[in-house]
Design a protein around this ligand. Structure first.
Ligand SMILES: [Fe+2]
Length: 131
């Protein structure tokens, strides 16, 4: 059982820019999975910060597309994005990254959130966009 996200076609929304950015988010989370256990905490922290910054950038792209398309549930979708960013900001990285167990717990949360968000929330938007 790997801790990494294995990208497959089930993740595709059919929106080229969104799919490319999702792949990048998966790459960053996978690089964190590779690093936990044999990388100093400050280097792990850089990866988490990179993830947060790229997520903010990606959410802005997605929200722009939703606005353009006048998506019916833009408010709900935006809330999901905001809660994710808030959660990352709430993580006490100095404490979490000092413990391998806590670092894995955080990785599992990040992985679970992203895969569920793509498969459920982003797919719902893509279905309406393509519908
Ligand atoms: Fe999204």
């Amino acid at each position: 059982m790997t801790a990494k996200i294995i990208w497959d076609s089930s993740f595709e929304t059919g929106i080229t820019e969104v799919d490319a950015q999702h792949k990048r988010l998966v790459e960053i989370i996978n690089s964190l999975a590779d690093a936990i256990g044999h990388t100093p905490a400050n280097a792990l922290k850089e990866i988490v910060e990179q993830l947060k910054d790229y997520a903010v950038y990606h959410f802005r792209t997605e929200e722009g597309i939703m606005q353009e398309a006048q998506y019916s549930d833009i408010a709900g979708h935006r809330d999901e994005h905001a809660m994710f960013v808030d959660q990352i900001l709430l993580f006490d990285l100095d404490v979490i990254l000092a413990s391998e167990g806590l670092a894995w717990d955080m990785l599992h949360f990040l992985r679970g959130w992203l895969t569920n968000h793509i498969l459920v929330v982003d797919k719902k938007f893509a279905a309406e966009l393509h519908g």
